[in-house]
Design a protein around this ligand. Structure first.
Ligand SMILES: Nc1ncnc2c1ncn2[C@@H]1O[C@H](COP(=O)(O)OP(=O)(O)OP(=O)(O)O)[C@@H](O)[C@H]1O
Ligand SMILES: Cc1ncc(C[n+]2csc(CCO)c2C)c(N)n1
Length: 260
């Protein structure tokens, strides 16, 4: 089985230009949701090559990003942080905001005919259908995925399960969540200055008969996990590399320190 490596180097102020931690060099795509913008948004904006707002996420970019640069004029900040695309069912983005970005050249994709998938789902599908991306080496960073409405949070996690072969990282100020597909075994390179020690491994897409880890305070050893039985929460990272193998897709979550 192939190894997949993971690293949160995109949250470092000065990430090494080459492939982080010996993993494949990744192309990052940023998706901004309609939730408080994380403080580190400018960092992940810089790491990303394509930036997309999911519907009301454009309001967050317009309203909240200038607050991170109090010494600059709002208009200068807004022009510098122009999204490539706004996509969604357009029931939350304000007309003045979509017009502002349209005038700067942002592509606005109205998907209001689809009332069965979330705006995050629509944005991930948009990225998946882009022709010139090497999808194996693309990672979608999702800003503002947690907090507030639990139905939205669960919907965001469901997108991880729906697109389990796409690298997607859900981010808030406080934590990072991603899926570790059972098709691979995994090496997670920990950056202790920005993340940990609190972490969890959760069989979110269905029960796991056997999961094995190294590098944690409470490791799993050919252990069964399921909702209603054992799941690994309130665990702690002990080593700078955590390894995970499982017969089921597992959700990995780690706490984030004050970044940005
Ligand atoms: N409180 C929240 N917590 C987590 N994610 C959120 C939250 N609010 C919105 N989002 C995310 O941002 C995306 C865009 O939000 P937006 O408010 O535009 O959605 P929406 O479809 O209008 O929501 P609804 O109609 O259910 O209020 C959503 O698809 C969801 O992924
Ligand atoms: C069973 C079921 N539950 C809820 C919705 C509503 N819904 C789900 S995603 C979405 C779009 C949000 O931008 C809406 C309105 C549905 N269609 N089907």
């Amino acid at each position: 089985m192939e190894l997949m490596t993971h690293s949160s180097a995109f949250l470092l102020s000065n990430p090494s230009p080459a492939a982080p931690d010996g993993g494949a060099a990744l192309t990052y795509v940023l998706v901004i949701l309609n939730r408080d913008l994380p403080r580190f948004t400018p960092l992940i904006w810089k790491a990303a090559q394509i930036r997309i707002c999911a519907d009301g996420g454009a309001n967050r970019l317009y309203d909240e990003l200038p607050l991170l640069f109090p010494d600059e004029a709002n208009s200068a900040v807004r022009q510098r942080y122009k999204p490539d695309v706004i996509k969604g069912d357009m029931d939350s983005v304000r007309e003045e905001v979509s017009q502002f970005y349209r005038d700067l050249g942002t592509k606005v994709v109205d998907a209001s005919d689809d009332q069965d998938t979330t705006d995050l789902h629509k944005c991930v599908a948009y990225v998946r259908d882009l022709p010139n991306l090497e999808h194996q080496n693309t990672c979608i960073l999702v800003a503002g995925a947690l907090g507030g409405r639990f139905d939205h949070e669960v919907g965001n996690i469901n997108v991880l399960c729906r697109f389990s072969s796409t690298r997607i990282v859900l981010l808030s100020n406080d934590c990072l969540i991603q899926l570790l597909p059972s098709s691979h075994h995994h090496e997670i390179h920990i950056h202790p200055t920005i993340e940990g020690p609190h972490c969890g491994l959760v069989p979110i897409c269905g029960p796991s008969k056997s999961s094995t880890t190294t590098g944690l305070q409470w490791n799993l050893s050919d252990t069964e996990m399921k909702f209603g039985g054992l799941i690994s929460t309130s665990n702690l990272v002990k080593d700078e590399i955590v390894t995970v193998r499982s017969d089921s897709d597992l959700l990995w979550t780690i706490s984030l320190k004050l970044i940005g």
